[in-house]
Design a binder for this molecule. Structure first.
Ligand code: NAD
Length: 241
């Protein structure tokens, strides 16, 4: 029944913008962050994924991210990613704003994707702002513990937003603009605990949530569906057919 309600909301409230978090990628074998089996149950994010850790010990940060990039590049889009690409192709979804760095939305065929936490596509030089593609970064990591900028030789930083860093301004502005001009934000697989992205649904006139387990904004959502992303979004595509 929840899926029928969700389908009706999406038909009535156009344009619809989707906001995704780590929960949409768990069915691709990528652990999320804050659940009991999440990444931060294993390692301390401030030791391996903060800008302070990068400045103190970039090699440690790269040991963590090298493994992560390998895992994410091997993962394949799942039913949830494919369903969102299909909903965009059919005109039901205007854009996907994602907190994920795994690039699986684009690989699934979504065209309008806003990556507010960066991605694994490249690494950045904080000195001269050069952007080095992932393939070249991985080739360097075969030779040395942390990749270097080919221009100024500073240590490159993973192209993802680390704890303690600001979000990319252009992506965040676009995300806010999309949320404000939408009639509905559909949140999928996010605990909505990490700000400022968690505030995006509040910029829209209404929002609905599909998430396994509670989120920080359940009480303000017009509909909250506690279920898996893949099965729910596949059923949604069928209901909108
Ligand atoms: P999260 O782990 O906080 O929440 C994921 C939610 O998805 C959980 O509530 C979980 O129960 C749910 N879930 C898991 N599998 C599901 C499924 N199959 N279907 C439906 N729901 C499912 O992740 P989040 O909300 O994305 O927020 C955390 C964000 O913090 C991340 O996106 C990450 O980018 C970000 N962050 C990471 C770093 C970093 O790694 N360097 C830095 C800053 C911020």
């Amino acid at each position: 029944m929840a899926v029928a309600e969700l389908a009706a909301l999406i038909r009535e409230r156009q344009p619809c913008v989707v906001l995704t978090g780590a929960g949409i990628s768990t069915e691709s074998g990528i652990p999320d962050f804050r659940s009991a089996t999440g990444i931060w149950a294993e390692v301390d994010p401030f030791e391996v994924a903060s800008i302070q850790a990068f400045r103190r010990d970039p090699e440690r940060v790269w040991r963590f991210y090298r493994q992560r990039i390998d895992l994410l590049r091997q993962a394949e889009p799942n039913a949830g990613h494919l369903a969102l690409a299909e909903l965009e192709a059919r005109g039901f979804v205007r854009a996907v704003v994602t907190q994920n760095i795994d690039t699986l939305h684009s690989r699934a065929g979504s065209k309008e994707v806003v990556e507010v936490h960066g991605s694994i596509r490249s690494a950045q030089c904080l000195e001269c702002l050069w952007s080095e593609p992932a393939e070249k970064v991985l080739a360097q990591l075969e030779e040395r513990p942390a990749p270097l900028c080919p221009h100024c030789h500073a240590v490159l930083k993973p192209g993802v937003v680390l704890f303690g860093e600001l979000l990319p301004a252009a992506a965040m502005e676009r995300a806010v603009e999309l949320a404000r001009s939408s009639a509905l934000v559909l949140v999928v697989g996010s605990s909505l605990e990490v700000w400022p992205v968690a505030g995006l649904p509040l910029e829209a006139p209404a929002f609905a949530i599909v998430n396994r387990g509670p989120t920080a904004l359940d009480e303000q959502a017009i509909l909250s569906v506690d279920a898996g992303a893949g099965e729910t979004l596949s059923a949604l595509v069928a209901a909108l057919s």
